[in-house]
Ligand binder design. Structure first.
Ligand code: UN1
Length: 517
């Protein structure tokens, strides 16, 4: 039961990914100039120190920005389909390294190996998407109001795109941003979470290998390490026209203000407080699968995790009993062992927040129906394994309004119709993902209508998590309004230019203005 690196091939995975110097000091990855303080990466799986990584100082950061700015000058002139070819090769490398990277994600972050593989699959999928996109970065043509004039728009790359990513999706969220940014002709500077620096190094190594093999500057992909101080360098930097940031609402507000202060663009993907509405017409079996995976998948640490089940009073007990029964079957343990459903949460601070949430819901009058608790003993030495918990609660409890990044699910009863359920669902600050379980067409359409869900992602008969890369990903309100990944999210990574060409020997003015000299 005890986590043993040798049993799960972690050492082999790290060496395949070129993540060196384990337990021996610094490991900074290619094209990283870091010289700052040491960041220690501990695995929540077994509590062991995996490696120490040097943080990026302001001087290091400036060197990285110089490399990125200079690489941009070359990269932007390469035809987009050729950039797509590089991204295709990067996707192929990810296919080769899928198992190794999936294992590292699982070991460094704590999600199940299956979910680690799923995350790498998202990276591969977004590469495929970006390759196709590299031939479709279309602008429109317009009819000029003046004779002998032609008007069209074209999209140019923006420059150096900054990416701040969170620990919970330590590799995929970077790939969503970077694969699109690269085909668009941008270069990237990435600050992964200081809780998962090795995932950053592994990805940077894979990217660097591809750029090197093609004789391209390494500065197209850059890695920096550190906490909010390094994030602050990015937010303030005029040389970074776009900063994409995933993380807490608090972090997002500070990034948004800082970047707006210099009139830069930010793309924010912040907290969620996602609910599934379960109506009298719901398929209970599907509801249980969607709700349980949504609440305990990634140990409740997805932005899209299901936090609230809003259940109609007529089926409340039935749904509650079915979900509680399913929780009884969950196996919690080493996420690399595929027999387990739920791995550890990220660290002891997260455990404290989980415990505080359970205390708070009781204090506010909630009723715990599946007890939580921290597991100890063999296999749980890291102290980060917690029991997924369920509490009956009211939507307006302070704790229910707050996103707790842990497997805590609140059951909320509603009476009346789907609009009453929607009022509860929308009655929180965040607006990322939402779902309704119903076989009733009227309810489903009401949920999707303008008076329905106010979230960026709204699903019918699917849970709140597990969005496909082909759609635009993100949410409204406190979630920050950004859209990443599929659909036309690529437009955020480019600057639009409107071009008007006069092919006559006359200079008529627009709006019919006469200006004769
Ligand atoms: C996140 O939690 O930040 O929809 C991203 C999902 C995943 C991505 C989640 N495809 O659950």
């Amino acid at each position: 039961m005890a986590a043993n690196l040798a049993d799960f091939g972690i050492k082999e995975a790290l060496s395949e990914l070129g993540v060196k110097d384990i337990n021996e000091g610094s490991s900074t990855g290619s094209n990283s100039f870091s010289n700052g303080e040491l960041i220690e990466s501990y695995s929540p799986v077994d509590g062991k120190l995996i490696a120490k990584v040097k943080a990026t100082t302001q001087a290091d950061y400036n060197k990285v920005m110089d490399a990125a700015t200079s690489a941009f000058k070359d990269w932007r002139t390469m035809p987009a389909p050729q950039r797509g070819e590089i991204v295709r090769q990067f996707g192929d490398k990810l296919r080769e390294k899928k198992e190794a990277l999936g294992k590292l994600v699982s070991y460094e972050m704590g999600k199940s190996y299956q979910e680690g593989l799923g995350e790498v699959q998202e990276m591969i999928d977004i590469c495929d998407f970006a390759v196709g996109l590299s031939r479709q970065l279309h602008g429109l043509t317009m009819h000029s109001e003046r004779p002998g004039h032609r008007m069209y728009e074209q999209y140019h790359p923006m420059g150096v795109v900054g990416i701040i990513s969170a620990f919970n999706f330590p590799v995929a969220v970077w790939a969503w941003n970077t694969a699109l940014a690269w085909v668009c002709g941008d270069v990237c500077v990435w600050k992964p979470s200081e809780k998962t620096p090795l995932c950053g190094i592994a990805c940077q190594n894979i990217a660097a290998e591809v750029f090197k093999a093609n004789g391209l500057p390494e500065g197209i992909s850059n890695l920096i390490n550190g906490d909010h101080k390094v994030g602050g360098m990015m937010s303030k930097d005029k040389r970074m026209p776009l900063l994409s940031a995933t993380g807490s609402i608090r972090m997002g507000k500070s990034v948004a203000q800082e970047v707006a202060g210099r009139l830069g663009k930010s793309l924010l993907e912040l907290g969620g407080n996602n609910a599934i509405i379960v109506t009298p017409d719901a398929d209970i079996k599907m509801t249980v699968i969607g709700a349980v995976f949504g609440a305990v998948g990634t140990a409740g640490q997805r932005c899209t995790s299901t936090r609230r089940l809003i259940i109609h009073e007529s089926i409340y007990d039935k749904v509650k009993d079915a979900v509680v029964k399913a929780y009884g079957q969950l196996r919690i343990g080493n996420p690399l062992d595929e027999n387990n459903h739920v791995g550890p949460i990220i660290d002891k601070d997260a455990v404290k927040m989980y415990q505080a949430a359970l205390d708070k819901v009781v204090e506010e009058g909630g009723n715990v129906v599946v007890e939580g608790g921290v597991l100890s003993g063999e296999g749980y030495e890291s102290g980060c394994y917690v029991k997924p918990a369920i509490a009956e609660a009211k939507n307006d409890y302070e704790i229910v309004q707050h996103e707790t990044f842990a497997p805590v699910l609140y059951l909320i009863k509603y009476s009346g119709d789907v609009h009453d359920a929607l009022a509860l669902q929308n009655g929180v600050g965040q607006g990322l993902s939402s779902a309704i379980m119903t076989n009733n067409l009227r309810e489903a359409e009401a949920f999707l209508s303008v008076e329905g869900s106010d979230c960026g992602i709204s699903n019918v008969n699917i849970g709140t998590s597990g969005a496909e890369i082909g759609g635009a990903f993100g949410g409204e309100k406190d979630t920050g309004g950004g859209r990443e990944s599929g659909s036309d999210a690529w437009k955020v990574y480019m600057r639009r230019q409107t071009n008007t060409i006069n092919y006559t020997d006359d200079l008529p003015l627009a709006q019919g203005i006469k200006f004769d000299l």
